[in-house]
Design a protein around this ligand. Structure first.
Ligand SMILES: C[S@@+](CC[C@H](N)C(=O)[O-])C[C@H]1O[C@@H](n2cnc3c(N)ncnc32)[C@H](O)[C@@H]1O
Length: 412
């Protein structure tokens, strides 16, 4: 992106962004490339954002709640490009976007052309106003901007060839499936045990099959589809354990006092190099896929120096029981190589760290270089058989998510 920073005009910055997204593999088709070269992103970010920042391959936060948490943003271009490519839109396609901002809707409008239909729905009136203003200024008056709860889609323009959800969902509301055309595609950042994966879902018999699952982050859904995670503050906001279910029984006081016990470290023979960073995406989902109590840890690294050193400071996979926990750790072996391991706390630290190492061993041997799990989503009330040997079933109100890792050597 050096060329983008050195450039000055919006046109040059746009061209540099489109080139960057093509070179990094996020843009793959001429239609998506043309859309990124055309839509003026700077008209959809607050006026205080510098032009170079408006065209950086990064998210721009546009709204925050009183606690400072982001509630709206213009998403990162690489992620928008991924979703656009996965939607495989043709001219004339009908598209519903859940979660607005204007920019992504304009990209979609470019791809579907004058015969297409683009509807974008947001729950926040300020976002709706900003999206409408940006779309009008940029020349996309044909995009319909709706103020409403995306949980219910937008029936008046259904059916849709694609529904692109740009907010983190924990469930698949019935309206999305009812409004999706039979051969339509649903692209949704779905939270599965606090791991958010952007799924590309298509119908198969009476359920949906994911053809891609990409690690990503979005602001969580508000409104009727809001499904909060449990937040256990183990040492104020410095150490927080998140649980994405209502059934795991934990004793927050016991877990907090476990933190005051001596840290047990255990190390695996498995290692990783800096070039393989994306392997963590697979390992995290593997650890989350086990049918056992699981959470993710978020820590303030500076305020927990010497106490905790999790592999990931925002979403670190953590095994737990009522009074003990163990998180994924790595330690440096040399300039390029890191070793996997676990740090455990509490009376069952030994067992939990040993379990973590066993899971890492299986992942390293059978799944690390494999095709990844089959992910299917089964609407509540359907009777389709879930795949053999599911590792995990996440049951929400409207749907059950099934994750099945293949046996070693088995095709996906
Ligand atoms: C990441 S932003 C959308 C980004 C946007 N699509 C863009 O052009 O980059 C997520 C949006 O989802 C909205 N949102 C949250 N819950 C919602 C709901 N239930 N229905 C519709 N929109 C919702 C938020 O207000 C926020 O504006």
């Amino acid at each position: 992106m050096d060329s983008a920073v050195a450039s000055t005009s919006p046109e040059q910055l746009r061209a540099a962004l489109a080139t960057h997204l093509s070179e990094t593999g996020w843009i793959r088709t001429p239609a998506a490339r043309a859309a990124f070269r055309t839509v003026p992103r700077h008209l959809f970010v607050p006026a205080t954002v510098a032009l170079a920042a408006a065209y950086a391959d990064d998210v721009v936060i546009t709204e925050r709640d009183p606690g400072g948490r982001a509630t709206s943003s213009v998403s990162a271009p690489w992620l928008q490009a991924h979703m656009l490519e996965q939607a495989a839109l043709r001219p004339g396609a009908r598209v519903l976007e859940i979660g607005s901002g204007g920019y992504n809707a304009a990209l979609i409008a470019e791809v579907v052309g004058p015969d297409g239909t683009v509807v974008t729905v947001d729950i926040d009136a300020d976002v709706v106003d900003r999206a409408r203003t940006g779309l009008d200024r940029a020349g996309y008056r044909q995009v319909t901007v709706v103020h409403g709860d995306g949980e219910y889609g937008y029936q008046p323009r259904a059916p849709y060839d694609a529904i692109i959800v740009t907010v983190e969902a924990a469930d698949l509301p019935p309206a999305w499936l009812a409004q999706l055309a039979p051969a339509g595609v649903l692209i949704v950042p779905l939270r599965i045990r606090n791991m958010t994966r952007c799924l590309t879902l298509r119908r198969h018999e009476d359920h949906l099959r994911a053809t891609t699952a990409l690690q990503c982050g979005f602001v969580p859904m508000r409104g009727d589809g809001c499904t909060p995670t449990r937040r256990l503050a183990l040492r104020g906001d410095d150490v927080v354990l998140f649980l994405d279910d209502t059934t795991t029984e934990v004793n927050p006081d016991a877990l907090a006092s476990a933190l005051r016990s001596v840290r047990l470290e255990a190390w695996s023979p498995a290692t990783i190099t800096m070039q393989e960073g994306s392997a963590f995406e697979s390992l995290h989902l593997w650890l989350a896929s086990q049918s056992r109590p699981f959470g993710v840890l978020a820590v303030d690294r500076e305020r927990t120096v010497g106490l905790l050193d999790p592999q990931d400071r925002f979403v670190c996979p953590t095994l737990l029981i009522a009074d003990s926990f163990a998180y994924l750790a790595v330690r440096r072996l040399d300039d390029t190589t890191w070793q996997f391991g676990a740090h455990g706390f509490g009376p069952a630290a030994h067992t939990l760290t040993a379990d973590m190492l066993d899971l890492i061993t299986v992942w390293d041997r059978e799944h690390r270089h494999g095709p990844g799990p089959k992910i299917t989503v089964h609407p509540t009330g359907t009777h389709s058989p879930v795949p053999d040997r599911p590792h995990l079933l996440v049951t929400r109100r409207h749907a059950t998510v099934c994750i099945a890792w293949p046996d070693a050597g088995e095709p996906r």
